[in-house]
Design a protein. Structure first.
Length: 441
């Protein structure tokens, strides 16, 4: 006879009706048709493709500059190709995924199907591939790529404005500002194409910078004004939603100031004593703008957010906007003696890599997790990639210091490309698969 006591039978926990069936029915395979299940899938997948491709290409350019191994030839200035692709290439495609997912909810209108966005988004992605390829082969091919991208961007902006026009929501300000930014972006990209046709690279660069500030930054700060306080208050209950509209107007005014400054300086008016007076004024305004942004970052819960990785990524990205303004202001003031800004490229990359890159990583990660049925968290891989991006930004800023060697820029380009390749491979693999929870979308 056994001396052991009988083992009690534990009741089996039962899943909700239908849950097991849904999970068993989820097809784990990556399929092209799944990209058309939701706007963010198509927009984000194309954006990741352009981002990874453009980043790898720029890293190759830097390696060739340092070693000459690839023997690359150019039909268009590689710096102009790089600036245009990094400003207008993948970022509007990421915008499409977010704006045609969250935008209809803001506006209280029916969302568009991904199939309705396929033509304008594919046009943009294909156009940027031709732009980079044409930059090496022939200016006409590059121009054709830019034309495709401009048609696709314009089409996308029109579709978004149709949503705004159809809305009867009381609060449409954020959507309207983003729509105006899209119009500025289209005119800037069209202007860059015209400058290419007229062989006016300085005008082309001015158009790209106008689009960067008047379209990309305007969209970023508008979304940040609406979403960062909301995300923070949801995750950190002790932080209340605080987003007065005067804050938005200050952010937009700072972006507009930078866009106008591009053309003031291109005009040639800023030379001699007038130029130094302009540099002093611009430097002081940028320092003031940077101070306001950094104060706002703290008011929006920067310190409290640091305990939650995904939220911290958003807030750190916003801090980079303030640092970019401060660095830009310091660049102007330090360059008063010589008449040339001392750290202009450092300030530009604090904005583009530090602010825009960090916020992109955070927002796309959040949307991708939420709309794939996964938890809204930044795991160790994403957290490590985020800090790799911070290091790449610092390396690029160091490369802008007087006397810095080309090795700093090369290291920054290689690290940026590696971070984006790993990040893009992970999330790109999600967009063509069904949600892990079996839900639609």
């Amino acid at each position: 006879m056994s001396l052991r006591a009988p083992i009690p039978i534990q009741p089996v926990a039962r899943a909700a009706p239908g849950a097991a069936t849904r999970l068993l029915d989820v097809d784990p395979a990556w399929r092209w048709r799944n990209l058309l299940m939701a706007p963010h899938r198509l927009g984000f997948f194309l954006a990741v493709t352009v981002l990874v491709g453009a980043s790898a290409w720029w890293a190759l350019v830097q390696v060739d500059r340092a070693s000459g191994l690839a023997g690359l030839s150019y039909a268009v200035s590689p710096s102009l190709v790089h600036a245009t692709a990094m400003s207008f290439g993948f970022i509007p495609l990421f915008f499409s995924g977010f704006l045609f997912t969250a935008g209809p909810k803001w506006l209280g209108v029916r969302a568009l199907e991904a199939a309705q966005l396929r033509a304008p988004l594919v046009l943009q992605a294909a156009g940027w591939g031709l732009w980079v390829l044409g930059g090496h082969i022939h200016v006409g091919l590059a121009g054709a790529g830019l034309a495709c991208a401009a048609v696709g961007l314009g089409w996308m902006v029109v579709l978004f404005w149709r949503l705004v026009a159809a809305s009867t929501a009381e609060d449409r300000l954020h959507a309207k500002v983003i729509g105006v930014g899209g119009v500025v972006g289209w005119f800037s990209l069209a202007g860059a194409g015209l400058a290419l046709l007229l062989d006016a690279p300085l005008v082309g660069r001015a158009c790209v910078l106008t689009g960067l500030w008047g379209f990309v930054v305007v969209t970023y700060v508008t979304v940040a004004h609406r979403m960062i306080p909301f995300f923070t208050s949801s995750a950190v209950p002790m932080v209340a939603v605080w987003r007065p509209f005067w804050v938005l107007w200050v952010l937009l005014a700072a972006a507009a100031m930078e866009a106008v400054a591009v053309w003031v300086e291109l005009s040639g008016w800023t030379s001699g004593d007038a130029g130094r007076a302009w540099m002093l004024l611009r430097g002081l305004l940028e320092l003031a703008a940077g101070g306001v942004v950094l104060w706002l970052a703290v008011a929006w819960g920067l310190v409290q957010s640091l305990k939650i990785r995904l939220l911290a990524m958003l807030h750190i990205g916003f801090v980079w906007l303030g640092l970019a303004f401060v660095l830009g202001g310091a660049s102007q003031l330090l360059g008063l003696a010589s008449g040339v800004p001392a750290l202009a490229m450092g300030a530009l990359h604090a904005l583009s890599m530090g602010c825009l890159g960090s916020l992109m990583l955070a927002m796309v990660t959040r949307v991708s997790c939420g709309h794939s049925g996964r938890a809204l968290v930044a795991d160790n891989l994403v957290w490590g990639l985020f800090w790799g991006l911070q290091l790449a930004t610092l390396l690029r800023i160091a490369g802008a210091l007087p006397g810095a060697g080309a090795g700093w820029v090369l290291a920054a380009a290689l690290l940026w490309a590696a971070v984006m390749a790993v990040w893009g491979a992970r999330y790109g693999s999600w967009y063509g698969r069904l949600r892990v929870d079996g839900k639609p979308g």
